[in-house]
Ligand binder design. Structure first.
Ligand SMILES: NC(=O)c1ccc[n+]([C@@H]2O[C@H](COP(=O)([O-])OP(=O)(O)OC[C@H]3O[C@@H](n4cnc5c(N)ncnc54)[C@H](O)[C@@H]3O)[C@@H](O)[C@H]2O)c1
Length: 270
């Protein structure tokens, strides 16, 4: 079996979920390089999963692998795509909100025939939005509902002195474009980034974020209207077993993308 060598950037929860999936042995890929701003996290991942991987800088990582997986933070994304372009590597970007800051990088990657994979994350309906855009869409709206704890630490809440700790009823904490949402809640609404990139773009896609003290799960509703008709999807997500702030489906979408990339790599080597 030809295995695609993979470099991980960000060795946290999603990184660990990818390691668990790779351990099962049915994805033709192997982790060979690990990068994290906190080197101890990379070393811990290496020990926990007994990986034969090198802990190294982003530059070294990109230099030695076939495929890069970013699962770090939005701010790390531009440097990862720049490294992918320099070393001519395809990549998967989990911190999709980070792509909103530098749409030019996606263009540069596309121009050099480098594939930047964007996961569906914790959201259903991207496939239909991607198809529907072929005939034009009038509107796309995402409504995200999370328990207040799931929004903790967001810059928008701090900047606007919004305290959700004593919330008794659901409250709309944000309404705006996907571009603004990704800036305001960089760790919470990556799905808004993904939805906007396959659909009508970051400034036209509308986002509403509701903090709901009665909610026990994260849910996302997509409504899209266009020449095709009207689409409405709701995804109700259980939290990841390792991280209450993250939806399990997000990790599963990372695994599915890695599997697809590895199979495509295998097919090219046939
Ligand atoms: N696309 C989606 O639907 C979706 C869903 C959930 C999470 N995410 C995003 O995926 C990313 C990873 O999520 P997670 O739950 O694994 O997070 P995590 O906090 O568990 O792990 C992130 C790791 O990245 C490291 N890191 C931080 N800055 C870095 C940098 N500049 N370079 C390299 N490493 C760096 C941290 O030290 C940490 O070990 C986050 O940005 C999160 O918002 C996306």
């Amino acid at each position: 079996m030809v295995k695609m060598s993979v470099g991980l950037i960000g060795c946290g929860n999603i990184g660990a979920d990818l390691c668990i999936a790779l351990q099962k042995g049915d994805i033709p890929a192997a982790l060979v390089a690990l990068t994290d701003t906190d080197e101890k996290k990379a070393q811990l991942l290496k020990r926990s999963f007994q990986l034969e991987a090198e802990v190294c800088s982003l530059e070294e990582n990109a230099g030695r692998v076939d495929f890069l997986v970013e699962c770090a933070v939005a701010d790390a994304v531009p440097a990862v795509i720049e490294a992918a372009i320099r070393h001519y590597r395809d990549c998967l970007i989990m911190s999709v909100g980070g792509l909103m800051q530098r749409p030019d990088l996606l263009e540069q990657a596309r121009a050099r025939k480098i594939e930047v994979r964007i996961p569906s994350g914790a959201l259903a309906g991207l496939d239909a939005v991607r198809a529907a855009i072929e005939a034009g869409l009038h509107s796309v709206t995402l409504t995200t509902r999370k328990p207040p704890k799931g929004l903790e630490g967001a810059p928008y809440l701090k900047d606007h002195n919004i305290d959700l700790s004593a919330l008794k009823e659901p409250k709309v904490v944000f309404e705006g474009s996907a571009l603004e949402a990704c800036k305001a809640f960089p760790a919470n609404v990556n799905v808004a980034g993904a939805l906007s990139l396959v659909g009508i773009g970051p400034t036209e896609t509308r986002v509403r974020i509701i903090a709901d003290p009665k909610a026990t799960e994260n849910s996302h509703e997509v409504v899209a209207e266009g020449a095709f008709g009207r689409l409405q999807t709701t995804t109700i997500n259980l939290p990841s077993p390792r991280n209450a702030k993250s939806s399990y489906l997000a990790s599963l979408s990372a695994i599915a993308e890695l599997r697809a990339a590895a199979r495509a790599f295998e097919a090219r080597r046939r």
